[in-house]
Design a protein around this ligand. Structure first.
Ligand SMILES: [Zn+2]
Length: 133
């Protein structure tokens, strides 16, 4: 098997309303997304997939939907205020954990046609969560 990995940075704010600890407070991360594509064959250019194709599929979506956004549980009371103020934010059906963000990005990568194997979201240089199928 061949694997190709591409990283993207994004900054976001969130909080985990179910968490009993400091993550229940609003805070931010300079996150890093790592997308691993995998496949058994190389193309005529001797590549599994061009890094540029991964970028085109994900970079503008991450920039538009995730970067410099509040990412909130749809039950978070802050969503009502942000909606009233016309602020753009992303709401998720449950707490926006690193695991949930990895799953969200994985699903988008797969819908974009990438041969995605795994997505990892680094919240800090020492803490990350991954999703794969
Ligand atoms: Zn956090």
């Amino acid at each position: 098997m061949y694997q190709v990995t591409k990283q993207f940075g994004f900054s976001y704010g969130h909080r985990l309303i179910k968490h009993k600890g400091k993550c229940e407070r609003y805070h931010g991360h300079n996150g890093l997304v790592e997308v691993v594509c995998e496949g058994p064959e190389l193309n005529e250019n001797r590549m599994l997939i061009d890094f540029d194709i991964i970028s085109k599929a994900l970079k503008s979506w991450i920039d538009e939907e995730l970067d410099h956004r509040m990412i909130l549980n749809e039950k978070d009371p802050m969503t009502e205020l942000l909606t009233k103020k016309g602020e753009k934010f992303l709401s998720m059906p449950d707490d926006p954990t690193a695991e949930a963000l990895a799953r969200l990005i994985f699903d988008h990568a797969q819908k974009s046609g990438l041969p995605v194997k795994q997505v990892t979201v680094w919240e800090t240089p020492t803490s990350h969560a991954s999703y794969s199928r």
